[in-house]
Design a protein around this ligand. Structure first.
Ligand code: NA7
Length: 457
């Protein structure tokens, strides 16, 4: 399930399609996301531009002809004036290396490559990871499985999504307001389509704080809870702790077993990820799952996984959790993982990996990199931390504008390249913004690519 409301998880540039294309719930699920993308491809006759089962192996810029020389699988080469990468921020799976994993006799799956039609019904299931996907999986399968053991590294601040069926009145309201909706998206910080709060937590009374948190808990959505309640939850430690305390109280109220509630309650800063959970299919929340006698929580800080064995997972206290299925909801090798895997060499044969070796993954506007002329990254490092489709649209507009200009004034072999000064100035801005936020304080945060062991951010 996308954690963005359906009406702003789509393209804004086809108004007719916005008016007519159906969506049945407030949050789109994977099959609907795929169906929508396929629909857009058909509608705009895009398939003729696509090559499937074609992996880019390397790309080399040559100054002699101002071209990218790209090798793809099947021993083919492609020469291009411009190279635009759409490698995604989150697409290289993170599979933590756990001793004995290959000895496991049961089924092993990653949530990012879920086998269609695979059923967990009646099985003994283990889930490692409880980030955005983990909480959704746990919420969805708890009622179907024989046992569900959730292996948790950090407890999470998860709020309800507020998912529900789309009523005709709701859809009519959206259709009447598309222009305003996308104006608000484009003129907001997070691009989620809700009004971001302009009020400081410090300017509200205790009663008002509670009222605002409660109101937003009921409306649902993790980003709304973080950015729609008060304007300093992500930047001010006291405001942040106010939100944390509210969520911890909710966990205490929801989870009946005090030992499970203790393990589920986070005490660190609310800045790892603004999670939300629960979908329209059953209306239940993540925390409610732990009231089921078959759903267990294992705190990996107290009892780390020692090894995987043929029958299941053994933790440091000697317990063997017997499992038929082990699900990795462990996320992605985020941010630059996709880039450094592919051999992209810019000017003078310097690879992206080497260009980022000292500075860490960087860019100008999340799009361009000095030394890599005529290469543009969709969602590159230091891109926007927002609802992604509008951010991608803004990047596409920027890139196509640059190319159109270069084609007009650049002659036969135009070169577009960010300067090092621009990249450094932009990087400095990003680092200052991040330093003034609390996101740095959450350990092992994928937002900074710090969820992968050995990654020095
Ligand atoms: P996330 O949000 O990165 O979550 C991955 C989860 O896996 C998270 O709970 C991690 O723990 C956990 N994890 C990662 N490595 C380990 C190891 N080695 N042991 C135990 N647990 C581990 O990925 P998702 O796929 O859920 O979502 C990605 C984004 O998609 C999401 O943020 C939204 O923006 C959309 P942690 O909590 O970090 O301690």
């Amino acid at each position: 399930m996308s954690d963005t409301e359906s009406y702003v998880y789509r393209y804004s540039w086809d108004k007719e399609d916005l008016m007519n294309y159906p969506f049945k719930e407030h949050y789109v699920k994977q099959p609907e996301v795929l169906a929508y993308l396929e629909h857009v491809v058909e509608r705009h006759d895009l398939r003729k531009h696509m090559r499937f089962n074609t992996q880019m192996l390397s790309a080399n810029w040559t100054d002699e002809d101002h071209r990218w020389h790209i090798t793809v699988t099947g021993d083919k080469t492609v020469t291009a004036k411009y190279l635009i990468t759409g490698l995604g921020l989150l697409s290289a799976k993170n599979f933590p290396s756990i001793p004995g994993l290959d000895t496991f006799k049961g089924d092993l799956h990653h949530t990012a490559a879920w086998p269609k039609d695979y059923s967990v019904a009646g099985k003994r299931v283990g889930v490692i990871g409880c980030g955005s996907t983990g909480v959704q999986v746990i919420t969805e399968i708890g009622r179907h499985v024989k046992t569900l053991t959730c292996f948790q590294r950090h407890p999470q601040y998860s709020v309800p999504s507020g998912d529900q069926k789309v009523t005709p009145e709701y859809r009519a309201w959206i259709n009447e307001n598309w222009d305003d909706i996308f104006y608000r998206v484009r003129h907001s910080i997070t691009a989620f389509g809700f009004k971001e709060s302009e009020q400081s937590y410090h300017d509200a009374s205790t009663e008002e704080r509670l009222r605002v948190f409660e109101e937003n808990w009921k409306k649902g959505n993790g980003f709304r809870f973080m950015f729609g309640t008060f304007n300093d939850i992500a930047t001010d430690a006291e405001a942040n702790e106010g939100a944390c305390e509210f969520i911890r109280n909710k966990i205490d109220q929801i989870v009946k077993d005090p030992e499970k509630a203790r393990k589920l309650k986070p005490h660190d800063v609310y800045a790892r990820r603004p999670l939300c959970d629960g979908n329209a299919s059953n209306g239940e929340s993540y925390f409610e799952q732990f009231n089921r006698p078959n759903v267990h929580i294992v705190d990996l800080k107290e009892t780390p996984i020692e090894q995987v064995e043929a029958e299941g997972v053994r933790t440091s206290d000697g317990t063997l959790y017997e499992l038929d299925v082990l699900i990795f909801a462990t996320g992605f090798d985020a941010v630059e993982g996709n880039y450094t895997r592919i051999l992209i060499h810019g000017r003078d044969g310097v690879s992206l990996k080497d260009a980022w070796a000292d500075s860490g993954p960087t860019s100008y506007l999340g799009v361009c990199m000095p030394g890599f002329p005529n290469m543009f990254m969709e969602n590159g490092p230091k891109g926007a931390f927002t609802n992604q489709p509008p951010a991608i649209e803004a990047q596409v507009e920027f890139i196509t504008g640059l190319i159109a200009h270069a084609e007009k004034v650049g002659g036969e072999a135009p070169v577009i390249e960010a300067t090092s000064e621009a990249e450094q100035e932009y990087s400095g801005l990003c680092e200052n913004l991040a330093a003034n936020s609390l996101f740095w304080k959450a350990q092992d945060n994928w937002i900074f690519g710090a969820n992968i062991p050995g990654r020095d951010m």
